[in-house]
Design a protein around this ligand. Structure first.
Ligand SMILES: [Zn+2]
Length: 563
């Protein structure tokens, strides 16, 4: 199999073949399975990367990566493949990656929504928000429907000259349309701006925008603060009502070892964190601190700003988003969760001071010109397509052109894909290495009397996160503490106590910041260490098995030899 390249978008068949090919390359390091079928019956594939020789995947702390829940956001899938490819192919040459694959598990779903993604790559393409299921309506309402009317594989814009159009040509660049001023009564020319498409049931005069038949948004489906579709656009009939979201939730819940959760989206060049719907004051201080500390490395590697959805990424300043995957993962599972919005042409065009959302409503024309220049100079004018005439079967003479939404805004051009996604692989591996991990420090057996022995097991968390991962997990009673279990032989019996000993949660290195933390009174202690003790009655030479486990921080097994 040819190893994957990161210079194009993957359709379902190539993605499937590539995943199986990677697994075939290193079956010891990666497996592929289906976690369910999409609405149209495509497999939703999960790749699991870990060294099977150092233990099964579920006995190691893990990160989860899910991509392409939104149909057109292919870059996330490419990034997911890049992560897997790096883990598999650098294992033999990169000591840090080998350590990560030996000690951690990576669960990766490169494409949660294969149906929608496939439609966006079809010729001619259809761009949907998310699922292809017809909901909330199955009928065709009249109005403008996006379609590649000239069959060139792109859906651009149509501009139509019209004396009452709201747009006019910019004086700086004739290609660019700008809004007419409030007092602009001159003769024009003025334009209407429409998506490339047809008008269903055209009456010859009015062009309403047809309501989308398929307006499910799978990323509004997760049960955290879920609201009905009337309150939350795209929410669907019920939380997790769709096969794609149900498959993800089932797979995630079946893997309680997940400690960090990445949702791959486009675009903005941003790393978003919870809450979507609440201010930071509602988040435990330590969680906020750790979110920021982990993401600081992400920003350093990728240049992407790290912001809260509620504070800095709200589409409507008077409303919030609910049912999002990242907030569900933090709020209901108690793990660090981010939405990575890959790629920003705005940043590429050299615009530095902008608000992720508000910019789209209003920005200086100099920003548009900078973007046009970037498209012209760096991308061979593919980002903004100069207007060309087209004889529209319904509307007559129109011009097609404008921003190439799919291949300039939503995804980077092919030749920039790899550079865009590669630093995120690095950051996700960093976060995987930050997860808590149980290690055995010492097993001490001590003879107290002829047949009486004291067994002490000292374990530590050698990770950066505490074993509970978040404070949220404790508040919401989502995670048990470390448990040590002694397995007796028929000849051995406990003198007192239980075979199972609870050690609680163990701190991670994230507890320390600077020597001057706590106003200079920093004193470290050993909150990362726990001790389990048993007193048993058994013959000398007996070997007893000790298991120490934590749902997130992993499993340890050792033998205590009574000698
Ligand atoms: Zn998205």
């Amino acid at each position: 199999m040819a190893t994957p390249t990161f210079d194009h978008l993957y359709d379902y068949e190539e993605l499937t073949t590539t995943l199986h090919g990677l697994a075939a390359l290193r079956p010891d390091l990666m497996t592929v399975e289906s976690i369910g079928k999409s609405h149209e019956g495509r497999e939703i594939l999960l790749a699991t990367a870990t060294n099977s020789r150092t233990g099964p995947h579920h006995e190691k702390p893990a990160i989860w990566v899910g991509a392409n829940i939104h149909s057109v956001e292919h870059t996330g899938a490419v990034a997911a493949l890049h992560l897997l490819h790096t883990l598999i192919t650098s294992y033999d040459t990169d000591e840090r990656i080998a350590y990560a694959v030996d000690t951690r598990t990576f669960y990766v779903v490169p494409r949660i929504n294969p149906d929608g993604a496939e439609l966006s790559l079809a010729v001619p393409p259809t761009y949907l928000r998310s699922s292809t299921r017809k909901w909330p309506r199955t009928d065709d309402a009249p109005g403008l429907v996006e379609r590649d009317v000239d069959c060139d594989g792109r859906i651009l814009s149509m501009r139509i000259e019209d004396p009452n159009g709201a747009w006019k040509k910019s004086e700086h660049d004739q290609r660019l349309l700008v809004a007419r001023a409030a007092d602009d009564y001159h003769a024009g020319p003025y334009y209407r701006l429409l998506a490339e498409g047809d008008v269903r049931d055209y009456d010859g005069a009015t062009i309403p925008i047809a309501p989308e038949r398929r307006s499910l948004d799978l990323n509004r489906q997760f049960p955290a603060q879920w609201r009905v579709a009337g309150e939350q656009q795209g929410a669907g009939p019920a939380p997790l009502s769709e096969p794609e979201t149900r498959a993800v939730a089932d797979a995630v819940i079946a893997r309680p070892n997940i400690c960090a959760y990445f949702c791959h989206h486009t675009f903005s060049g941003a790393i978003l964190r919870p809450f979507d719907d609440r201010p930071d004051d509602d988040m435990p201080t330590l969680d906020l601190r750790r979110f920021n500390a982990l993401a600081a490395r992400g920003t350093e590697l990728t240049g992407y700003k790290h912001v809260s959805v509620f504070h800095d990424f709200r589409y409507d300043p008077k409303d919030v988003i609910t049912g999002g995957e990242d907030t569900w993962a933090y709020d209901h599972l108690g793990v660090y969760a981010w939405t990575t919005e890959f790629w920003s042409p705005i940043v590429k065009a050299g615009i530095t001071d902008f608000h992720f959302i508000k910019w789209f409503d209003d920005h200086p024309v100099s920003d548009d010109l900078a973007l046009l220049r970037y498209s012209d100079d760096e991308l061979g004018a593919t980002g903004f397509v100069d207007w060309y005439e087209f004889d529209h079967p319904q509307l007559g003479k129109v011009e097609l052109g404008g921003w190439n939404w799919f291949r300039f805004w939503t995804n980077p051009p092919d030749h920039l894909l790899e550079a865009e996604v590669a630093p995120h692989t690095e950051w996700e591996i960093f976060c995987a290495l930050a997860t808590p991990r149980l290690v055995m420090r010492e097993v001490i057996t001590e003879r107290v009397a002829e047949r009486v022995w004291r067994i002490r097991v000292v374990v530590e968390n050698d990770g950066w996160m505490p074993t509970n991962v978040t404070e949220r997990a404790i508040d919401r009673k989502l995670v048990r503490g470390v448990e040590a279990e002694l397995t007796l032989t028929p000849d051995a019996r406990l003198v007192r106590g239980n075979t199972s000993v609870e050690l609680g949660q163990l701190a991670g290195r994230s507890r320390v910041t600077t020597m001057l933390g706590d106003f200079g009174s920093t004193t470290d202690g050993t909150p990362d260490r726990g001790v389990a003790e048993w007193v048993v009655d058994a013959a000398a030479g007996t070997e007893l098995c000790v298991t120490v486990s934590h749902p997130r921080a992993g499993f340890l097994r050792t033998n205590a030899v009574l000698a």
